[in-house]
Design a protein around this ligand. Structure first.
Ligand SMILES: NC(=O)c1ccc[n+]([C@@H]2O[C@H](COP(=O)([O-])OP(=O)(O)OC[C@H]3O[C@@H](n4cnc5c(N)ncnc54)[C@H](OP(=O)(O)O)[C@@H]3O)[C@@H](O)[C@H]2O)c1
Length: 487
């Protein structure tokens, strides 16, 4: 009686990557553990219908198989055993791939029919199902994870996997101080450890937190490489990483600094695959700032139609995103900026009432414009402290998310009581503490960009080597929108 074995699985890789391996009839000795060595007979190509592969298994058995059909449009191939030292007779197998709807994964169906000597049906069915198919699924996964398919010449140049340390250029701070303390130096990016991904970075986001780190306002061990986010491509992945493969275009965000470099290992938990529509520089400019705008407006300010929201540094990296998003949610948006040029850009991004001030005097203007703010989004810190209290409406909420003007002096609870105010001191990393949270918030940012809720902000570019210049510009209040470093 004819035996039938059917197995299927999902592979964490786009269909073209899986197919690029499987359509090569002679690739199996590179990825399938049970195959010792394989060659195509004669001078045929390994994707030529009719070609015969002759291979030896690790247990010493030898098999010759012929390729019967191969369809690049259906991602399907059929083959049969012509001759074997194993008692598999009339063996015909079919491999079929289908894309999973997210486009990043592949459904792989593998089936065969064959006959066996009487009494050996079960043993041989088991051997094909487990020894060939299930093992093959696992082995191909490992092969893709290690970038084996990218090693073929001509494929995905620049995304070659590297199992050893690779040279990296980074910008480090040896002692706390001004922008001049940011100095380029050469180093090495070690191979990724368990749970890690090594990334070739193409754009690095600059955030004000990088300045606090450099100044020592957030204490950290020296030497310090600043930077909390970047975008680029996966070079290779360590053990126990799933869902990310060499060559994937990604961005990451995480609570441990170190992004000012060209190659970096980071925990896979921090990493997201990027949609095709989001370019590297946009991802680096927007990921941290965009998810910050998302948690501020959704989780903390709970902005609704009519909420009066005051956004400081309204033409800055975070400011422009908060203004545009809050306006789309129906808020009354007020903002402070230090120049007419910034005022123009803030208005273009949804800030209705712009207050131009360089010396943190805005409370009267806010009271006049709307009777007080329900929410203040404050990245200024100490210099705006008293004016913030005066600008807030009854039961208003002061969200202190940064300290560009200097660390906020301790705030006694009594300072809040006169108007029943509330005060928050949030940090973005607590709002993206898992990969699911990060992915969900980032997806809302990318969707807001694609549906026009967020206008792409201006991006100021500096080379990685010129990180000191980027910091000097950010601290001089000269920049509009976001800054990125290009390795
Ligand atoms: N806690 C969090 O989760 C979180 C996350 C992201 C960002 N942040 C904070 O949000 C704020 C904005 O960050 P960003 O990266 O987007 O920076 P940014 O707003 O692009 O740049 C900072 C802006 O602050 C204003 N500023 C006022 N006084 C300043 C001073 N003495 N020195 C320098 N700048 C001064 C300037 O705008 P004007 O000249 O128009 O006043 C300047 O352009 C920062 O405080 C940052 O730490 C917090």
């Amino acid at each position: 009686m004819l035996q039938k074995v059917v197995r299927s699985t999902i592979i964490d890789a786009p269909i073209e990557r899986v197919w690029a391996v499987l359509r090569d009839f002679n690739s199996h000795d590179q990825w399938h553990d049970t195959v010792e060595s394989s060659r195509i007979e004669g001078s045929e190509r390994s994707d030529q219908v009719g070609c015969v592969r002759s291979f030896t298994l690790r247990d010493g058995n030898r098999i010759r198989e012929q390729l019967l059909t191969l369809s690049d449009t259906e991602h399907k191939s059929t083959y049969c055993i012509v001759e074997a030292t194993l008692p598999l007779q009339r063996y015909v197998a079919t491999v079929t791939l289908k894309p999973v709807t997210d486009g990043q994964r592949t459904f792989w169906h593998w089936e065969s029919t064959f006959s066996t000597p009487p009494g050996r049906e079960r043993e041989l069915r088991e051997m094909v199902a487990q020894g060939v198919y299930e093992t093959g699924f696992e082995n191909l996964r490992r092969h893709l994870r290690q970038g084996g398919d990218l090693q073929a010449p001509g494929r995905a140049a620049g995304a070659m996997p590297a199992a050893l340390a690779v040279p990296t250029r980074r910008v480090a701070v040896e002692r706390y101080g001004g922008p001049e303390e940011l100095r380029p130096q050469d180093g090495e990016a070690a191979a990724p450890r368990a749970g890690e991904v090594r990334i070739r970075q193409r754009a690095i986001g600059v955030n004000f937190i990088d300045v606090y780190l450099r100044r020592g306002w957030i204490p950290s061990a020296l030497p310090l490489v600043p930077g909390m986010e970047a975008a680029g491509s996966v070079l290779d992945v360590g053990p126990q990483v799933s869902g990310l493969l060499p060559g994937d275009r990604v961005a990451y965000l995480g609570p441990v600094p170190g992004a000012y470099c060209d190659v970096r290992c980071v925990p896979a938990e921090w990493v997201l695959r990027l949609p095709a529509a989001i370019e590297d520089e946009v991802a680096a400019a927007l990921l941290l700032k965009g998810v910050t705008a998302d948690y501020l407006l959704r989780d903390l300010a709970r902005v609704q139609r009519g909420t009066r929201i005051l956004v400081h540094a309204a033409a800055g990296g975070v400011g422009l995103l908060v203004c545009a998003w809050a306006r789309r949610l129906g808020a009354v948006v007020l903002g402070t900026v230090s120049s007419e040029e910034k005022a123009r850009v803030a208005r273009e991004h949804g800030c209705e009432h712009v207050i131009v001030t360089r010396d943190y005097r805005f409370a009267d203007a806010v009271q006049r414009a709307c009777g007080g703010a329900d929410v203040v989004i404050d990245g200024l810190g100490d210099a705006a402290r008293d004016e913030n209290l005066a600008a807030l409406a009854r039961r208003g909420h002061w969200i202190s998310l940064g300290q560009a003007s200097g660390p906020l002096a301790p705030l006694p609870a009594d300072a809040l009581v006169a108007k029943s105010l509330s005060f928050s001191r949030p940090v973005v990393f607590d709002y993206v503490a898992t990969n699911e949270q990060l992915a969900e918030r980032a997806q809302r940012v990318w969707s807001a960009l694609s549906d026009g809720t967020l206008k792409p902000p201006p991006i100021e570019r500096h080379s990685l080597n010129a990180a000191a210049q980027a910091h000097a510009r950010l601290e001089s209040r000269a920049t509009i929108g976001a800054l990125v470093l290009l390795p």
